[in-house]
Design a protein around this ligand. Structure first.
Ligand code: NAD
Length: 478
């Protein structure tokens, strides 16, 4: 018996959760349930995160959480429970299998069976944003080596366990050479440990276009958080319906399983919702807790139901569908098919599937880090970079000289183009002219000169080399 935590959620949540639990219990799931309340009622009771301390305790104790969709109330102040749960519990991997069920569910892509493995904790989702000048705001994109290692290794281990042949990495490392470059580099390092699995890398833009056009060319895709967010919705949608896919959020200790759709308030209480998304999430949960026999039985019964044309309204189509059913009737049809295998759709086999031990991330020894300079970000409303250059040159010290000014990344001094559009946000690079080490005292000296001259420094970013390699981007056009 495995004790799990269940939240019935909002909108259609209670209806699809009841159907899901009924099916998996009938299939013999060996589970005991602790119920918790999350979502709208918790938010409106004054809990801005949508969950109480007591519920957190249950989730952390049981470590396995099956969650129905919830409604996040409109208006400010309410934090997304999904984002909070993922980050608070360290659920670093969001796994979304996206499969088409041609010809039973209409799709332009009859052959599609793709699993998106999305990094879930970092990237632009760190939510660190600042307004720096009148005209410019920034959002920090944070990518860590342990974060990349965990997600990339998870993708390869998943591929190995589920007999998948290829892992594809999507990044934009032609532009973001440090952040996406690190993700790609770690992908190449870890891919080498799995010679039996094919690997490839695509720049995200053309990769996403190919995915939308020829999803049959992909198997497992691993990608940073933001790209994963976007492409996993595209992938789910092009299977024919977002209402069918489930997803898992996996951490080293806890895991959360859910449907990918929301609480569908427009059809709440009508008892017509399709429980398939949550059921597919529950199947992933059963595999995760080692009950792959039950997972397989439920999945094959569900495929049999889909191909027999018993469909809820969202996927019902004259011609292909045979009977339009409500939520409960659909659940009963799946239950009546327990033990059967689909004839046209490929039956699943989960023998050997389950959870896998993730290797602890090995922290690398510290590298030799040398301070080479600093970028001063300056709020300045002038329009001529040469004027700013002249002011900043007056702030130079013996071993700290102005080497470049950029505006939104493009070099405007020295030798900029007058065509370049400039905002009030200037990145001014000070370095040792010999390329050697500088000290923080040099930075402090330049900063005090800036203060004395009334130069408005909104941020400093130090320039380092690691093991002799400069680890900062050049200016565009430099
Ligand atoms: P939604 O996914 O709830 O609904 C989009 C459309 O799809 C609606 O027309 C709905 O009727 C239909 N639909 C969704 N699931 C269905 C199902 N199982 N069966 C039949 N039809 C289904 O998206 P939305 O309307 O943008 O969001 C509604 C609420 O859900 C919002 O409060 C949002 O914040 C929340 N939401 C929650 C989650 C989550 O808890 N994981 C995810 C997404 C959205």
């Amino acid at each position: 018996m495995t004790r799990i935590t269940v939240a019935h959620g909002d909108g259609i949540g209670p209806e699809i959760m009841a159907a899901t639990l009924k099916i998996i219990k009938e299939a013999g799931a060996r589970i005991e349930i602790d119920e918790i309340r999350v979502g709208e009622k918790e938010y409106l009771a004054g809990n801005t995160s949508g969950i109480s301390a007591d519920s957190w305790d249950k989730i952390r104790k049981n470590k396995v959480f099956l969650k129905a969709p919830i409604t996040t109330p409109q208006g400010g102040g309410y934090k997304s429970l999904n984002v909070t749960t993922r980050k608070a519990l360290g659920l670093f991997a969001n796994v979304r299998p996206c499969m088409s069920y041609h010809p039973y569910v209409k799709t332009k892509h009859p052959v599609m069976d793709v699993v998106i493995v999305r990094e879930n904790e970092e990237d632009l989702y760190a939510g660190i944003e600042h307004q720096q000048t009148d005209e410019v705001v920034q959002c920090l994109k944070l990518i860590s080596r342990p974060g990349c290692e965990k997600i990339v290794r998870y993708a390869f281990e998943y591929a190995k366990l589920y007999n998948r042949k290829k892992v594809t990495c999507f990044t934009k490392d032609n532009i973001m050479k440090q952040t996406d470059g690190l993700f790609h580099q770690v992908f190449d390092e870890i891919a080498a440990e799995y010679p039996e699995i094919e690997n490839e890398h695509w720049i995200i833009d053309i990769g996403a276009a190919k995915l939308a056009d020829s999803p049959e060319d992909f198997d497992v895709i691993v990608t940073p958080n933001l790209y994963g967010d976007v492409i996993s919705d595209i992938a789910a949608q092009i299977t024919g319906s977002v209402g069918l896919a489930g997803s898992s959020n996996i951490g080293l200790s806890c895991a959360m399983f859910e449907a990918i759709h929301g609480s569908a308030p427009d059809i709440a209480g009508m008892k017509i919702a399709n429980p398939s998304g949550l059921l597919n999430g529950a199947i992933m949960m059963l595999n995760h807790i080692g009950q792959n026999d039950v997972a397989e039985k439920v999945h094959n019964a569900w495929l049999t139901t889909i191909e027999s044309g018993i469909h809820t309204a969202d996927i019902y189509k004259e011609g292909t569908s045979k009977r339009r059913v409500n939520t409960e009737e659909f659940a009963d049809a799946v239950i009546s098919n327990l033990g059967k295998l689909p004839r046209e759709l490929k039956p699943v086999s989960y023998a050997g599937a389950g959870n896998f031990e993730m290797k602890e991330v090995e922290r690398k020894p510290a590298r030799k880090k040398v301070l080479k300079g600093t970028d001063l970000f300056v709020h300045w409303s002038g329009t001529e970079p040469d004027k700013l250059g002249a002011i900043l040159q007056e702030m130079e010290t013996a071993n700290f000289k102005l080497s470049m000014i950029t505006n939104r990344g493009i070099k405007v001094w020295p030798d900029g183009f007058e065509e370049t559009f400039c905002t009030d946000h200037w990145r001014c690079r000070f370095k040792n002219p010999d390329g050697g080490e500088v000290s923080k005292k040099d930075i402090i000296e330049v900063l005090s000169k800036a203060e004395a001259k009334g130069v408005d420094v909104v941020k400093t970013e130090n320039l380092y080399s690691f093991d002799g390699v400069d680890a900062f981007s050049l200016g565009q056009g430099q």
